[in-house]
Design a protein around this ligand. Structure first.
Ligand code: HEM
Ligand SMILES: *[C@@H]1O[C@H](CO)[C@@H](O)[C@H](O)[C@H]1NC(C)=O
Ligand SMILES: *[C@@H]1O[C@H](CO)[C@@H](O)[C@H](O)[C@H]1NC(C)=O
Ligand SMILES: *[C@@H]1O[C@H](CO)[C@@H](O)[C@H](O)[C@H]1NC(C)=O
Ligand SMILES: *[C@@H]1O[C@H](CO)[C@@H](O)[C@H](O)[C@H]1NC(C)=O
Ligand SMILES: *[C@@H]1O[C@H](CO)[C@@H](O)[C@H](O)[C@H]1NC(C)=O
Length: 502
């Protein structure tokens, strides 16, 4: 894939470079790294190891520098103490332009930017209204039901249910979270359960195939280059057309609102709307699946974490009067009970700290001066300002022994959420950013944490769990997805599970 992208990048865009030449640093601008390759600039070096690339530039240039990446000039601000100051320049930033363009490229829909005139939907409001507040209650309740239907299907004979199963842990998390998440957003077709399952598993295969080329699509390659992935994307979208969704029950507010709001997507036809639903499917799954894997893997691998988490979960179920039973009686914890699980919170945060590699991007609406604590920098219109929080997440000064999983890293001495982290003696306002920041922060972050917790609660209370190989090496992160969010493991880890005799 790299070769295709290289050839494409060189062949198509060399011409543009010849015309425009390279940019020279002007007075007051951050140090500039043009890279040696036309158009791509530093993209290959950045792409092969973003963390090392940025650290090297930080040593060479200081905390603020500019890199040419894929024809764009990207200003990296790398001192975590400065993140809030960067975010306070909101009036100069276009938060959405990059997101809308990227989404259109990857999912193949027309522009959903209201300023382009084809929709009046305020996507931001839709997300806030349907993923947070009251909407979160029902979303989370439905998710818990779906998880239990998948993990403990009713009517499973005892002989079948109490045997050890060996499976790849990533494959397991992928299967369970995809199915439960899909049903929770897009509803259930209760008429023919078997056909329904086959359809979801088919969707899962298509999703994997499409997601595999996602980094290439974001980099700007046309999906036509990837025949199988293209077909997979079209099939996924096909299943999200109105006639398919309208047969389903318990469709989430997020999707049903967007199905029926005539004024918002009015110039979008059914096929086009389905592609915007696909964008939401991707956003809801692509990060959640690896995040679930890392949370489960790190928890099982660490005996102290497993012990603390089991105790917390047992306590919470007991005080909520919930008891997992062999008859498959559903477990239910409400929002308050789910939010009051500091050990699980800390485990999830620590797992995400170690696996997150997102790039937070804003585009400059106009020429302006970025004022930071240690200096001011001139920024040109259409340049990109970027934060790469992995630099902070793996900074040994903020997080001592940064590559080690410490389940209680985010717990204070009272066992509550810890919020004081320091760099160079400064207390940090931003110290944990796997969900982005400021106006573009992930609208699904509360739901995401709740669904991972629900998954962990069920795994702990209903199953016996064992790693096949113990102690097990931590699989490396798949760096080819750096910039997109939570990185999956490069290879899977085998584990064994068995329903408990309850
Ligand atoms: C662990 C799981 C998740 C992680 C790490 C994550 C992370 C992110 C990040 C980094 C962004 C981009 C923010 C930015 O550009 O600054 C984002 C956007 C988004 N996320 Fe999540 N996310 C997760 C789960 C979810 C879930 C479960 C949903 C929905 C059900 C969701 C819905 C969205 C949507 C709709 C956007 C686009 C927002 C916009 O462009 O306005 N995410 N997420
Ligand atoms: C808006 O829709 C029209 C046709 O309905 C199309 O020609 C135009 O390209 C669309 N604009 C954008 C920015 O997608
Ligand atoms: C969509 O609905 C049609 C007609 O009911 C059905 O044949 C098809 O399998 C469905 N497709 C998907 C992907 O759900
Ligand atoms: C959208 O239009 C359809 C048919 O024209 C109508 O049945 C429906 O009630 C409308 N929905 C809203 C939210 O106005
Ligand atoms: C980051 O910026 C803060 C505030 O200007 C400064 O005190 C600190 O020394 C900087 N951090 C590093 C590692 O240079
Ligand atoms: C989106 O809505 C949230 C809360 O409703 C708000 O904090 C945020 O600034 C909004 N973002 C944009 C880009 O309008």
């Amino acid at each position: 894939m790299m070769t295709i992208s290289l050839i494409w990048g060189l062949a198509v865009v060399c011409g543009i470079w010849v015309i425009f030449g390279i940019r020279r640093r002007k007075a007051g601008e951050p140090p500039l790294e043009n890279g040696l390759i036309p158009y791509l600039g530093c993209a290959l070096k950045f792409g092969s190891n973003p963390l090392e690339f940025l650290r090297a530039n930080q040593r060479k240039h200081g905390h603020v520098f500019t890199c040419k990446l894929m024809g764009r000039y990207v200003h990296f601000v790398t001192n975590s103490s400065s993140y809030p100051k960067v975010l306070s320049h909101g009036k100069y930033f276009d938060w959405k332009k990059f997101h809308y363009t990227t989404s259109a490229k990857a999912f193949g829909h027309r522009s959903i930017d209201p300023s382009d005139g084809n929709t009046t939907e305020n996507i931001n409001n839709t997300f806030a209204k349907t993923l947070q507040g009251d909407a979160l209650h029902s979303l989370s309740e439905v998710m818990m039901q779906n998880l239990q239907l998948i993990l403990r299907p009713p009517g499973l004979p005892k002989s079948e249910s109490s045997v050890w199963v060996t499976e790849g842990m990533y494959a397991f998390c992928y299967r369970v979270m995809f199915e439960a998440g899909y049903l929770t957003l897009f509803g259930r077709d209760t008429s023919k359960p078997d056909a329904q399952r086959a359809l979801i598993l088919n969707n899962l295969d298509n999703f994997k195939q499409f997601d595999q080329v996602f980094p290439a699509l974001v980099a700007g390659l046309p999906i036509r280059l990837f025949r199988m992935a293209h077909k997979a994307r079209e099939k996924l979208a096909e299943g999200l057309k109105h006639k398919n969704l309208s047969k389903r029950e318990q469709v989430s507010e997020l999707i049903s609102l967007r199905m029926f709001l005539n004024d918002t997507l009015s110039t979008f036809d059914d096929a086009e709307k389905a592609k915007t639903h696909l964008a939401i499917l991707w956003a809801s799954q692509a990060n959640t699946i690896p995040a679930t894997f890392w949370s489960l893997f790190q928890m099982i691998r660490s005996p102290e974490a497993l012990k603390a988490a089991s105790e917390e979960v047992n306590g919470a179920l007991q005080s909520a009067g919930q008891k997992p039973s062999g008859e498959g009686n559903a477990i239910y914890l409400d929002q308050m009970q789910l939010n009051d699980l500091p050990v699980l919170d800390s485990i999830i945060k620590e797992a995400l700290r170690l696996s997150s590699a997102s790039l937070n991007i804003r585009t400059a609406k106009e020429d302006f001066t970025l004022h930071l604590e240690d200096g001011s920098y001139n920024i040109r219109k259409d340049d990109i300002i970027a934060l790469y929080p992995q630099l902070m997440h793996l900074d040994p000064e903020i997080y001592p022994d940064p590559l080690t999983f410490k389940y209680d890293r985010y717990l204070d001495e009272n066992g509550k959420a810890k919020t004081s982290f320091y760099s160079n003696g400064n207390k940090l306002k931003c110290f944990y950013m796997p969900f982005g920041s400021g106006a573009t922060i992930c609208p699904g972050r509360l739901f995401a944490v709740q669904e991972i917790k629900q998954f962990l609660i069920l795994m702990l209370s209903c199953f016996e769990l064992e790693l096949v190989e113990s102690p097990v090496q931590c699989p490396p992160l798949d760096q080819s997805r750096a910039g997109l969010g939570i990185l999956p493991p490069l290879h899977d880890i085998e584990f064994k599970y068995k329903l408990k005799h309850l």
